[in-house]
Design a protein around this ligand. Structure first.
Ligand SMILES: [Zn+2]
Length: 392
């Protein structure tokens, strides 16, 4: 399991980075007026269970109710190590169906053994069968003042509307790469790393694709895998561990594709493949093409996607040259290539084909877009500037 993630679960609400909805929950806990049932909705690894435990700790802490649980009193400790009598964590996906709910229903009217509140945390609640929901609905209709339910799910639409209307819904979002990078940096330093390359942290942030848990998992693997102990964390270490393609080389490939420079595209691709596998190269291309597509469509880089000034300016340049249509086309071709590779095709050939289909307008399918590209070329030839740097 993810030992590092469990060790660094946030200890107070203040550290639940970037989740706006959590503030309302924190206020309710501090005032000792929690809603009797919450629905935490969001992708995996965005902190739902961490916040659920914080609610339990904040309500029952010896210093509480508080939004800043002490973390050291008997109550806080027992919640952290999972031994608290008044806090139950149930995984609906592991078969806790009707029986689990019935057991809950029976125990919910029991006065808390030690704490002020009984807190039931139900993970993966979308896995509940119809009967389990019916049983659960009864408990929601007769709430007990000292009981708080926290339902966590990745799939809100699988929660019946009758339940949704009786709970307070809090949304958890995927986190921007730099927020995860900041968190990874902090943990690496606290774990004893003396030298941490900021680019390395950012690479981890991107590879985590919005999930704190995945980011910390990668860091955990790296720190435990380091032969010389966790003295330093470099971008080479990260690249080797997670097989991420070198971003500078990936930008070079994209620049050549955008300029319809066929020889340049093949050359840049060869350089890229000297440092990573074709599948990683496709992964890197997909990530950057997606950023270009979004930024082109929005007409600028949204704050949530900004990273380093160097990266931002390269993305900015590509939004002008490749643009949303070019990026969308590349994403399509990368998708096709990945499918064919999964079906057994040669990865390098598929990568090159995907790139050439985007770089060389002659290989484009006959459609309006390719006609326009051809017209542009003809126009370029007519005015004596073909715009590709190639002889015509
Ligand atoms: Zn405490």
């Amino acid at each position: 399991m993810n030992a590092l993630y469990n060790r660094y679960r946030p200890g107070t609400f203040a550290y639940v980075l970037g989740q706006d909805g959590v503030q309302a929950v924190a206020n309710a806990v501090r005032n000792g007026e929690p809603h009797h049932a919450y629905l935490f909705v969001g992708p995996r690894g965005t902190g739902k269970t961490s916040v659920a435990r914080l609610v339990a700790m904040g309500l029952n802490c010896d210093q509480g109710p508080t939004a800043v649980p002490c973390g050291v009193c008997q109550s806080c400790q027992s919640i952290k190590d999972g031994s608290a009598m008044d806090v139950r964590e149930i995984d609906a996906a592991s078969g806790a169906g009707v029986d689990g709910v019935r057991e809950l229903t029976q125990s919910m009217h029991v006065v808390p053994a030690f704490g002020r509140y009984r807190v039931f945390i139900i993970d993966e609640v979308q896995a509940f069968a119809k009967q389990a929901w019916q049983a659960f609905l009864k408990t929601l209709e007769e709430p007990s003042p000292q009981t708080v339910f926290i339902l966590c799910t990745t799939d809100a639409h699988k929660v019946p509307p009758t339940v949704q209307s009786r709970v307070s819904r809090i949304d958890f979002r995927l986190q921007p790469a730099e927020v995860i990078a900041e968190c990874v940096l902090g943990i690496a330093v606290r774990e004893g790393a003396t030298q941490v390359d900021e680019d390395a942290a950012l690479m981890i942030g991107r590879a985590a694709r919005g999930s704190f848990r995945d980011g910390i998992q990668i860091l955990d693997d790296l720190l435990r895998g380091a032969d010389l102990g966790p003295a330093s964390l470099t971008r080479e270490m990260v690249a080797e561990r997670i097989g991420q393609s070198d971003e500078a080389l990936t930008f070079k490939v994209l620049g050549s594709v955008a300029g319809h420079d066929v020889p340049g595209t093949l050359e840049a691709c060869a350089y890229l493949l000297a440092s990573c596998e074709p599948a990683d190269a496709l992964d890197g291309l997909e990530r950057l093409a997606r950023e270009v597509m979004i930024c082109s469509s929005l007409g600028g880089i949204p704050t949530s996607m900004q990273t380093t000034p160097a990266h931002d300016s390269l993305i900015g340049a590509l939004t002008k040259t490749l643009g949303a249509p070019g990026a969308a086309r590349l994403l399509e071709e990368v998708g096709v290539a990945l499918q064919r590779i999964a079906a057994g095709a040669d990865p390098r050939v598929r990568l090159e084909l995907a790139l050439l289909k985007c770089a060389d307008p002659q290989l484009a399918p006959t459609n309006v877009e390719s006609l326009a590209a051809r017209l542009d070329r003809v126009e370029g030839i007519a005015t004596g500037q073909n715009g590709t740097g190639r002889p015509t």
